[in-house]
Design a protein around this ligand. Sequence first.
Ligand SMILES: [Ca+2]
Length: 376
Amino acid sequence: MAQTMFDPASFTQNSCTNNNEWTTWFDSSDPNFTQGEHEITKHIQQLFPGFMCPDPIAIEAQTVTDGSPTQTGDVIRLTKDDGFMCLNQMVTDFKTKLCADYKVRYCCPTSSIGKPTIQTIPPVISTTRPTIANTCGRQVITPSYQRIVGGTEAVAHSWPWIVSLQSRDHFCGGTLIDNRHVVTAAHCIDSTNFRVIAGLHQRTNINGPRSQILGVQRVFVHEQYNKKTEANDIALVRLAQPAQFNDYVGAICLPGPDPQESERVTVAGWGVLSENGNSASSLRQVTVNVMNNQAQQAYRNSFDVRQQIGAGIPNIGGKDSCQGDSGGPLMYNANNQWYLSGVVSFGDGCGAAKYPGIYTRTSAYLTWLRSKMNTP
Ligand SMILES: [Ca+2]
Protein backbone atom coordinates (compact mmCIF):
# COMPACT_ATOMS: atom_id res chain seq x y z
CA MET A 1 0.00 0.00 0.00
CA ALA A 2 1.41 3.34 -1.00
CA GLN A 3 1.93 5.60 1.92
CA THR A 4 2.73 9.23 1.61
CA MET A 5 4.92 10.80 4.22
CA PHE A 6 4.55 14.30 2.91
CA ASP A 7 1.70 16.29 1.54
CA PRO A 8 2.09 17.51 -1.10
CA ALA A 9 3.74 14.25 -2.13
CA SER A 10 6.40 16.07 -4.11
CA PHE A 11 7.58 17.67 -0.88
CA THR A 12 10.69 16.45 0.94
CA GLN A 13 12.46 16.99 4.24
CA ASN A 14 14.65 19.62 2.63
CA SER A 15 11.92 21.49 0.78
CA CYS A 16 11.05 23.60 3.77
CA THR A 17 13.52 26.39 3.18
CA ASN A 18 13.91 30.12 2.60
CA ASN A 19 11.29 31.91 4.64
CA ASN A 20 9.67 28.65 5.76
CA GLU A 21 10.46 26.27 8.60
CA TRP A 22 9.24 23.08 10.24
CA THR A 23 7.12 23.39 13.33
CA THR A 24 7.70 21.21 16.35
CA TRP A 25 6.21 17.70 16.19
CA PHE A 26 2.61 17.39 17.35
CA ASP A 27 1.14 14.26 18.90
CA SER A 28 -2.35 15.35 19.87
CA SER A 29 -4.05 11.98 20.10
CA ASP A 30 -3.39 8.33 20.77
CA PRO A 31 -4.68 5.49 18.63
CA ASN A 32 -7.64 3.45 19.83
CA PHE A 33 -9.82 0.73 18.40
CA THR A 34 -13.01 2.74 18.09
CA GLN A 35 -11.67 5.87 16.48
CA GLY A 36 -8.35 4.90 14.96
CA GLU A 37 -5.69 7.59 15.07
CA HIS A 38 -6.01 11.19 13.96
CA GLU A 39 -3.78 14.22 14.04
CA ILE A 40 -6.15 16.87 12.79
CA THR A 41 -4.77 20.15 11.47
CA LYS A 42 -7.63 22.27 12.83
CA HIS A 43 -7.39 20.59 16.19
CA ILE A 44 -3.65 21.16 16.37
CA GLN A 45 -4.14 24.81 15.41
CA GLN A 46 -6.58 25.17 18.28
CA LEU A 47 -4.52 23.27 20.81
CA PHE A 48 -1.09 24.67 20.04
CA PRO A 49 -1.64 28.10 18.52
CA GLY A 50 1.79 29.27 19.68
CA PHE A 51 3.58 26.58 17.68
CA MET A 52 1.42 26.35 14.60
CA CYS A 53 0.46 28.57 11.66
CA PRO A 54 -2.90 29.32 10.03
CA ASP A 55 -1.93 28.14 6.53
CA PRO A 56 0.69 25.41 6.42
CA ILE A 57 2.58 24.78 3.19
CA ALA A 58 3.11 21.08 3.80
CA ILE A 59 2.71 18.33 6.38
CA GLU A 60 4.95 15.43 7.38
CA ALA A 61 3.79 12.38 9.33
CA GLN A 62 5.89 9.82 11.20
CA THR A 63 5.26 7.15 13.78
CA VAL A 64 6.04 8.24 17.32
CA THR A 65 8.12 5.17 18.15
CA ASP A 66 10.49 4.78 15.23
CA GLY A 67 9.68 7.54 12.79
CA SER A 68 8.95 5.11 9.98
CA PRO A 69 5.41 5.46 8.66
CA THR A 70 5.95 3.05 5.80
CA GLN A 71 6.51 0.05 8.09
CA THR A 72 3.19 -0.01 9.89
CA GLY A 73 0.87 -1.33 7.18
CA ASP A 74 -1.78 1.15 8.30
CA VAL A 75 -4.21 2.62 5.82
CA ILE A 76 -3.53 6.32 6.03
CA ARG A 77 -4.56 9.60 4.52
CA LEU A 78 -2.45 12.72 4.79
CA THR A 79 -3.33 16.23 3.65
CA LYS A 80 -1.88 19.45 4.94
CA ASP A 81 -5.32 21.01 5.39
CA ASP A 82 -7.04 18.09 7.13
CA GLY A 83 -4.06 16.47 8.77
CA PHE A 84 -3.29 12.82 9.36
CA MET A 85 -5.88 10.06 9.50
CA CYS A 86 -5.44 6.34 10.03
CA LEU A 87 -8.42 4.69 8.41
CA ASN A 88 -7.94 1.05 9.42
CA GLN A 89 -11.26 1.03 11.20
CA MET A 90 -13.07 1.92 7.98
CA VAL A 91 -11.50 -0.72 5.78
CA THR A 92 -12.43 -4.39 5.67
CA ASP A 93 -9.47 -6.61 6.66
CA PHE A 94 -7.88 -3.75 8.61
CA LYS A 95 -10.63 -3.24 11.17
CA THR A 96 -8.87 -5.23 13.86
CA LYS A 97 -5.46 -3.68 13.35
CA LEU A 98 -4.78 -0.95 15.87
CA CYS A 99 -3.30 2.08 14.20
CA ALA A 100 0.25 3.01 15.17
CA ASP A 101 0.73 6.26 17.08
CA TYR A 102 1.64 9.05 14.67
CA LYS A 103 2.99 12.54 15.05
CA VAL A 104 2.90 15.31 12.50
CA ARG A 105 4.68 18.55 11.80
CA TYR A 106 4.05 21.31 9.34
CA CYS A 107 6.12 23.44 7.07
CA CYS A 108 5.01 27.00 7.79
CA PRO A 109 6.04 30.47 6.71
CA THR A 110 8.39 31.44 9.55
CA SER A 111 6.60 34.73 10.10
CA SER A 112 3.24 33.04 10.61
CA ILE A 113 4.21 30.50 13.27
CA GLY A 114 2.46 31.41 16.47
CA LYS A 115 -0.12 33.53 14.67
CA PRO A 116 -3.47 32.24 15.91
CA THR A 117 -5.87 30.95 13.29
CA ILE A 118 -8.85 31.65 15.41
CA GLN A 119 -9.34 35.08 16.83
CA THR A 120 -8.69 35.00 20.55
CA ILE A 121 -11.84 35.57 22.48
CA PRO A 122 -11.36 38.10 25.27
CA PRO A 123 -11.96 36.77 28.76
CA VAL A 124 -15.57 37.11 29.80
CA ILE A 125 -15.92 38.03 33.43
CA SER A 126 -19.49 37.06 33.85
CA THR A 127 -21.35 34.17 35.36
CA THR A 128 -22.18 32.78 31.95
CA ARG A 129 -18.80 32.15 30.39
CA PRO A 130 -19.21 29.92 27.38
CA THR A 131 -17.49 26.57 27.58
CA ILE A 132 -15.63 26.77 24.30
CA ALA A 133 -12.08 25.67 23.77
CA ASN A 134 -10.60 28.97 24.89
CA THR A 135 -12.27 29.09 28.27
CA CYS A 136 -12.39 25.49 29.41
CA GLY A 137 -9.75 24.28 31.80
CA ARG A 138 -8.79 27.74 33.07
CA GLN A 139 -9.46 28.66 36.65
CA VAL A 140 -9.71 32.07 38.29
CA ILE A 141 -8.26 30.84 41.59
CA THR A 142 -4.72 29.57 41.15
CA PRO A 143 -4.14 26.05 42.45
CA SER A 144 -1.24 25.04 44.64
CA TYR A 145 1.66 23.59 42.67
CA GLN A 146 3.37 22.10 45.70
CA ARG A 147 4.33 18.52 45.17
CA ILE A 148 3.68 16.76 48.42
CA VAL A 149 3.81 12.99 48.78
CA GLY A 150 0.54 11.95 50.31
CA GLY A 151 -1.25 14.96 48.92
CA THR A 152 -2.24 18.29 50.33
CA GLU A 153 -5.40 20.30 50.84
CA ALA A 154 -6.33 22.08 47.62
CA VAL A 155 -6.63 25.86 47.49
CA ALA A 156 -10.39 26.32 47.86
CA HIS A 157 -12.15 26.49 44.46
CA SER A 158 -8.93 26.18 42.51
CA TRP A 159 -10.38 23.15 40.68
CA PRO A 160 -13.76 24.65 39.73
CA TRP A 161 -14.78 21.69 37.57
CA ILE A 162 -14.66 19.13 40.38
CA VAL A 163 -18.00 18.08 41.78
CA SER A 164 -19.03 15.79 44.61
CA LEU A 165 -21.67 13.13 43.98
CA GLN A 166 -23.69 12.81 47.15
CA SER A 167 -26.56 10.72 48.37
CA ARG A 168 -26.35 10.76 52.14
CA ASP A 169 -22.75 11.86 51.95
CA HIS A 170 -20.04 12.18 49.33
CA PHE A 171 -19.57 8.86 47.54
CA CYS A 172 -17.68 9.76 44.37
CA GLY A 173 -16.10 12.63 42.51
CA GLY A 174 -16.98 13.90 39.07
CA THR A 175 -15.91 16.57 36.59
CA LEU A 176 -17.92 19.21 34.73
CA ILE A 177 -17.19 19.15 31.00
CA ASP A 178 -19.90 21.71 30.25
CA ASN A 179 -22.66 23.24 32.32
CA ARG A 180 -24.98 20.27 31.87
CA HIS A 181 -22.64 17.28 31.96
CA VAL A 182 -20.43 15.58 34.51
CA VAL A 183 -17.98 12.77 33.73
CA THR A 184 -17.53 10.15 36.43
CA ALA A 185 -16.69 6.45 36.74
CA ALA A 186 -19.21 3.76 35.79
CA HIS A 187 -18.53 1.93 39.05
CA CYS A 188 -19.78 4.98 40.96
CA ILE A 189 -23.26 4.66 39.53
CA ASP A 190 -25.86 2.29 40.90
CA SER A 191 -28.87 4.58 40.63
CA THR A 192 -29.80 8.08 39.53
CA ASN A 193 -30.80 8.87 43.08
CA PHE A 194 -28.03 11.30 43.98
CA ARG A 195 -27.19 14.98 43.78
CA VAL A 196 -24.24 16.74 42.24
CA ILE A 197 -22.61 19.45 44.33
CA ALA A 198 -20.54 22.02 42.44
CA GLY A 199 -18.51 24.86 43.97
CA LEU A 200 -17.72 22.76 47.02
CA HIS A 201 -14.59 22.78 49.16
CA GLN A 202 -15.62 21.45 52.59
CA ARG A 203 -17.31 18.15 51.83
CA THR A 204 -20.32 18.71 54.06
CA ASN A 205 -20.76 22.43 53.38
CA ILE A 206 -23.33 21.84 50.64
CA ASN A 207 -25.43 24.81 51.70
CA GLY A 208 -22.44 27.17 51.62
CA PRO A 209 -22.60 30.39 49.59
CA ARG A 210 -20.57 29.00 46.67
CA SER A 211 -22.18 25.59 46.52
CA GLN A 212 -24.61 24.61 43.82
CA ILE A 213 -26.81 21.61 44.49
CA LEU A 214 -27.79 20.14 41.14
CA GLY A 215 -30.28 17.41 40.36
CA VAL A 216 -29.67 14.52 37.99
CA GLN A 217 -31.75 14.17 34.84
CA ARG A 218 -30.12 11.18 33.26
CA VAL A 219 -27.08 8.96 33.62
CA PHE A 220 -25.28 7.19 30.78
CA VAL A 221 -23.13 4.28 31.95
CA HIS A 222 -20.76 2.92 29.31
CA GLU A 223 -22.49 -0.03 27.65
CA GLN A 224 -19.31 -2.13 27.75
CA TYR A 225 -18.42 -1.36 31.35
CA ASN A 226 -17.06 -4.56 32.89
CA LYS A 227 -17.38 -4.81 36.66
CA LYS A 228 -14.81 -7.57 36.86
CA THR A 229 -12.00 -5.97 34.91
CA GLU A 230 -13.11 -2.33 35.33
CA ALA A 231 -12.77 -1.91 31.56
CA ASN A 232 -14.67 1.10 30.19
CA ASP A 233 -15.18 2.51 33.67
CA ILE A 234 -16.79 5.75 32.56
CA ALA A 235 -20.22 7.36 32.88
CA LEU A 236 -21.80 10.66 31.90
CA VAL A 237 -24.28 12.42 34.18
CA ARG A 238 -26.72 14.95 32.70
CA LEU A 239 -27.77 17.58 35.20
CA ALA A 240 -31.43 18.47 35.68
CA GLN A 241 -30.48 22.15 35.62
CA PRO A 242 -27.36 23.83 34.27
CA ALA A 243 -24.53 24.69 36.63
CA GLN A 244 -24.00 28.44 36.88
CA PHE A 245 -20.44 29.16 35.78
CA ASN A 246 -18.56 31.72 37.84
CA ASP A 247 -15.20 32.06 39.60
CA TYR A 248 -15.87 28.90 41.61
CA VAL A 249 -17.60 26.67 39.07
CA GLY A 250 -16.43 26.03 35.51
CA ALA A 251 -15.65 23.30 32.99
CA ILE A 252 -12.46 21.42 32.26
CA CYS A 253 -11.36 20.69 28.67
CA LEU A 254 -11.76 17.30 27.10
CA PRO A 255 -8.51 16.01 25.55
CA GLY A 256 -6.65 17.32 23.79
CA PRO A 257 -3.12 16.41 24.50
CA ASP A 258 -2.56 13.19 26.45
CA PRO A 259 0.09 13.00 29.16
CA GLN A 260 3.04 10.81 28.22
CA GLU A 261 5.05 8.40 30.38
CA SER A 262 6.54 10.10 33.49
CA GLU A 263 4.74 13.39 32.88
CA ARG A 264 3.06 15.04 35.85
CA VAL A 265 -0.67 14.90 36.35
CA THR A 266 -2.86 15.99 39.23
CA VAL A 267 -5.64 14.12 40.99
CA ALA A 268 -8.07 15.79 43.35
CA GLY A 269 -10.93 14.56 45.47
CA TRP A 270 -12.49 14.15 48.86
CA GLY A 271 -11.39 10.52 48.93
CA VAL A 272 -10.32 8.63 51.99
CA LEU A 273 -6.95 9.58 53.43
CA SER A 274 -5.84 6.02 54.07
CA GLU A 275 -7.12 2.61 53.17
CA ASN A 276 -10.45 2.06 54.95
CA GLY A 277 -10.16 5.54 56.45
CA ASN A 278 -12.63 8.41 56.47
CA SER A 279 -13.32 10.80 53.64
CA ALA A 280 -11.38 14.06 53.70
CA SER A 281 -13.29 17.05 55.00
CA SER A 282 -11.72 19.42 52.46
CA LEU A 283 -10.84 18.85 48.83
CA ARG A 284 -7.35 17.41 48.52
CA GLN A 285 -4.95 17.10 45.62
CA VAL A 286 -1.85 15.17 44.77
CA THR A 287 0.59 15.36 41.89
CA VAL A 288 1.58 12.04 40.42
CA ASN A 289 3.52 10.80 37.40
CA VAL A 290 2.21 8.79 34.50
CA MET A 291 3.49 5.24 35.04
CA ASN A 292 1.95 3.16 32.29
CA ASN A 293 4.88 0.75 32.20
CA GLN A 294 4.62 -0.02 35.88
CA ALA A 295 0.84 -0.30 35.63
CA GLN A 296 1.29 -2.85 32.86
CA GLN A 297 3.53 -4.93 35.11
CA ALA A 298 1.36 -4.56 38.19
CA TYR A 299 -1.96 -5.34 36.53
CA ARG A 300 -1.01 -7.58 33.64
CA ASN A 301 -4.49 -8.91 33.02
CA SER A 302 -6.56 -5.83 33.54
CA PHE A 303 -4.52 -2.88 32.31
CA ASP A 304 -4.96 -1.70 28.73
CA VAL A 305 -2.86 1.35 27.95
CA ARG A 306 -5.08 2.24 25.01
CA GLN A 307 -8.02 2.78 27.31
CA GLN A 308 -6.39 3.45 30.66
CA ILE A 309 -3.64 5.52 32.24
CA GLY A 310 -1.54 4.36 35.17
CA ALA A 311 -0.19 7.06 37.48
CA GLY A 312 1.53 7.16 40.84
CA ILE A 313 4.62 8.28 42.65
CA PRO A 314 7.63 6.36 41.35
CA ASN A 315 9.63 4.37 43.91
CA ILE A 316 8.05 6.01 46.91
CA GLY A 317 4.54 4.67 46.75
CA GLY A 318 2.74 6.98 49.09
CA LYS A 319 -0.81 8.01 48.56
CA ASP A 320 -2.04 8.40 45.02
CA SER A 321 -5.75 8.06 45.13
CA CYS A 322 -8.07 5.92 47.19
CA GLN A 323 -11.52 4.58 46.56
CA GLY A 324 -13.33 7.69 47.75
CA ASP A 325 -11.70 9.62 44.94
CA SER A 326 -13.41 7.39 42.39
CA GLY A 327 -14.94 9.17 39.46
CA GLY A 328 -12.83 12.26 40.02
CA PRO A 329 -10.42 13.77 37.51
CA LEU A 330 -6.86 13.00 36.50
CA MET A 331 -5.87 16.43 35.24
CA TYR A 332 -3.15 17.39 32.81
CA ASN A 333 -1.96 20.91 32.12
CA ALA A 334 -0.92 21.80 28.59
CA ASN A 335 -0.55 25.35 27.32
CA ASN A 336 -2.14 26.76 30.45
CA GLN A 337 -5.34 24.81 30.10
CA TRP A 338 -6.35 21.80 32.15
CA TYR A 339 -7.54 18.65 30.43
CA LEU A 340 -9.56 15.77 31.79
CA SER A 341 -7.08 13.05 30.88
CA GLY A 342 -8.45 10.35 33.13
CA VAL A 343 -11.21 9.29 35.49
CA VAL A 344 -10.18 7.70 38.79
CA SER A 345 -11.02 4.03 38.35
CA PHE A 346 -9.15 1.67 40.66
CA GLY A 347 -5.90 0.93 42.42
CA ASP A 348 -4.54 -1.79 44.62
CA GLY A 349 -5.01 -0.20 47.99
CA CYS A 350 -4.03 3.39 48.49
CA GLY A 351 -0.80 4.12 46.79
CA ALA A 352 1.11 0.95 47.52
CA ALA A 353 4.53 1.16 45.93
CA LYS A 354 4.68 -0.37 42.45
CA TYR A 355 0.90 -0.29 42.14
CA PRO A 356 -0.03 2.89 40.35
CA GLY A 357 -3.59 4.14 40.40
CA ILE A 358 -5.56 3.28 37.27
CA TYR A 359 -7.54 5.88 35.39
CA THR A 360 -9.97 5.53 32.51
CA ARG A 361 -8.28 7.26 29.55
CA THR A 362 -10.78 9.94 28.56
CA SER A 363 -9.29 10.48 25.11
CA ALA A 364 -10.37 6.95 24.17
CA TYR A 365 -14.00 7.84 24.87
CA LEU A 366 -14.45 11.19 23.14
CA THR A 367 -16.82 9.81 20.52
CA TRP A 368 -18.82 8.02 23.19
CA LEU A 369 -19.02 11.15 25.36
CA ARG A 370 -20.05 13.38 22.47
CA SER A 371 -22.72 10.98 21.28
CA LYS A 372 -24.22 10.81 24.78
CA MET A 373 -24.04 14.59 25.18
CA ASN A 374 -26.03 14.86 21.96
CA THR A 375 -28.56 12.24 22.96
CA PRO A 376 -31.81 13.94 24.00
CA1 LIG B 1 -0.61 10.42 17.84
